[in-house]
Design a protein around this ligand. Structure first.
Ligand SMILES: O=C(O)C(=O)C[C@]1(C(=O)O)C=C[C@@H](O)C=C1
Length: 270
């Protein structure tokens, strides 16, 4: 199976995709990956959705709300960052904004003078560090192998040892499944009144459906207007989930509900 994910080669997304795909291609943004799956260019896509330290990857949430794709699996991997550079003499640390944030305390403590540069991915930062001795990168330590002139200056620099990122394995919307222990939903009420969010949450609580994530994102239509992203620990094949979905459809009849499908979890170690 072919999959598309965040490039260039050497990103954490690449490592997660390699666990589920034979052949991995790359795009420069999460939005481009989701588009490539939605338009049928790829049968699978792998995108980061949330991190245990830094929280949601908002570009992913927003791109999922705008395009029709299905989640067919979630992949959870530990994230262990290394500091990579040609020497200790660097001025700037380049990495993905999520990785910089996951190492905030380490950087403030050890390199308070270093500038930080957010780039499209950790592997893009590694590329910058290979080309320019004034740049260090944060990424997986294996980026320093393969004849690279980069040194691993420090390992395990993430602020929490338990650092882990959750990725979605995406497929075209036609492959959306009712089977699985989790389900992701995006709800746009398009109205605002006291107790609206409570009503939505009660559809799950009343049926003893556990919520594993709730996130609100601006709709972009007007200030104070939100979309809600829900992950629940139950599959659409269960009648209690179908009943909850029916009730939500009724509550948000001015807006819409997107069911991204049910799926299971895969834990990948590397
Ligand atoms: O830049 C990468 O290596 C990615 O795969 C992206 C990403 C992310 O967006 O969260 C993935 C895992 C880590 O949390 C850091 C960065």
């Amino acid at each position: 199976m072919d999959a598309v994910t965040l490039g260039p080669a050497g990103t954490y997304s690449h490592r997660a995709a390699s666990a589920v795909a034979d052949d991995v291609s790359f795009r420069e943004s999460v939005t481009a990956i989701i588009e490539a799956v939605a338009d049928g260019s790829f049968e699978r896509g792998v995108v980061p959705i949330e991190n245990s330290i830094e929280g949601s990857v908002t570009e992913t949430l927003d791109a999922l709300a705008d395009r029709d794709v299905a989640v067919v699996s979630e992949i959870i991997t530990p994230i262990r960052h290394a500091l990579l550079a040609q020497s200790e003499e660097f001025e700037t640390v380049a990495s993905h904004s999520q990785a910089l944030a996951q190492c905030r305390t380490y950087l403030e403590t050890n390199y308070p003078e270093a500038k930080q540069e957010a780039v499209a991915s950790t592997a893009r930062g590694v590329q910058r560090a290979r080309e320019d001795s004034s740049i260090a990168a944060i990424g997986h330590p294996s980026n320093a192998t393969n004849g690279s002139e980069l040194q691993v200056l420090a390992e395990d620099i993430q602020d929490q040892d338990s650092n882990a990122t959750r990725f979605f394995l995406l497929a075209p919307a036609s492959e959306q499944s009712d089977a699985g222990g989790k389900t992701s939903l995006i709800v746009y009420p398009n109205v605002n009144y006291p107790g609206l969010l409570l009503e939505l949450l009660e559809t799950f609580a009343d049926r003893n459906i556990n919520l594993s994530r709730v996130e609100s994102r601006p709709s972009g239509n007007r200030l104070g207007d939100y979309l809600f992203h829900f992950d629940i620990e139950a599959g659409v094949y269960e009648s209690r989930v179908q009943e909850a979905l029916d009730e939500i459809e009724g509550i948000v009849d001015e807006g819409w509900v997107r069911n991204l499908g049910s799926y299971d979890t895969k834990h990948v170690l590397y």
